[in-house]
Write a protein that binds this ligand. Structure first.
Ligand code: 13P
Length: 232
């Protein structure tokens, strides 16, 4: 089971080193941390399995503010998140750019956590499956069921809000996603130690992408321990 911590724009190199010194992933879980770019080297040097929070599709070029897959690989980074809803919402990420980033990262040898999920309005309008289909099919058409690809289902209304999808709703969305693309599906959106057991016990929930609760060693470790218990 994969438990990934997305630190978003939190933790510089010294806080990253402190986390790496204190964190011991339990056996039987793949624990990955996704720090901001300036902290990637500290995470790798601290022995953490490390993913970036995005990656560009070109190996190099005039793309101010972006980083490439070969640069990440040179640092010892193992993969990247692509298409997080915060990138879609605030930085103009589209299904097309998500697909391009995914292809380049996988071809270069990185793992990819590609994020999908509906907004509150889309859910209320009954459009959840339509939106998921568009997002997942665009990734599928670009890269297929690649062995280093996982999808993260993160309903936008559950991110950083304290609201989680009920385990039943998460399960239904994950099962639907797998009818479109047969890869592991992580759940993300207010995952905490208190709800991790129930969410991770669902048949088609293959791990978690954790935001806020990944910033503290104790809470991230507790979520990893849930995954280890459920897996065994
Ligand atoms: P929270 O766990 O803080 O809701 O964030 C979820 C998320 O966006 C992980 O990528």
């Amino acid at each position: 089971m994969l438990i990934a911590g997305n630190w978003k724009m939190f933790k510089g190199p010294s806080e990253t080193r402190a986390f790496a010194d204190a964190f011991e992933p339990p056996d039987g879980v793949d624990a990955v941390l996704c720090p901001p770019y300036p902290s990637l080297a500290a995470a790798v040097e601290g022995g953490l399995a490390t993913y970036a929070q995005s990656v560009h599709w070109a190996p190099e070029g005039a793309f101010t503010g972006e980083v490439s897959a070969p640069m990440l690989l040179e640092l010892g980074v193992q993969g990247a998140i692509v298409g997080h809803s915060e990138r879609r919402q605030f930085f103009g990420e589209t299904d097309e750019t998500v697909a391009r980033r995914s292809i380049a990262a996988l071809e270069a040898g990185l793992g990819v956590i590609a994020c999908v999920g509906e907004s509150q309005e889309e859910r209320e309008a009954g459009d959840t499956e339509v939106i998921l289909r568009l997002q997942v099919e665009s990734i599928r058409d670009a890269v297929g069921a690649h062995e280093r690809l996982v999808i993260a289902y993160e309903p936008v209304w559950a991110i950083g809000t304290g609201k989680t999808a009920t385990p039943d709703r998460a399960q239904a969305a994950h099962a639907f996603i797998k009818t479109l693309l047969d890869v592991p599906v992580l759940y993300g959106g207010s995952v905490k130690p208190e709800n991790a057991d129930e969410l991770l016990s669902q048949a088609d929930v293959d791990g978690a992408l954790v935001g806020g609760a990944s910033l503290e060693v104790e809470s991230f470790t507790a979520i990893c321990q849930s995954a280890a218990r459920i897996r065994s």
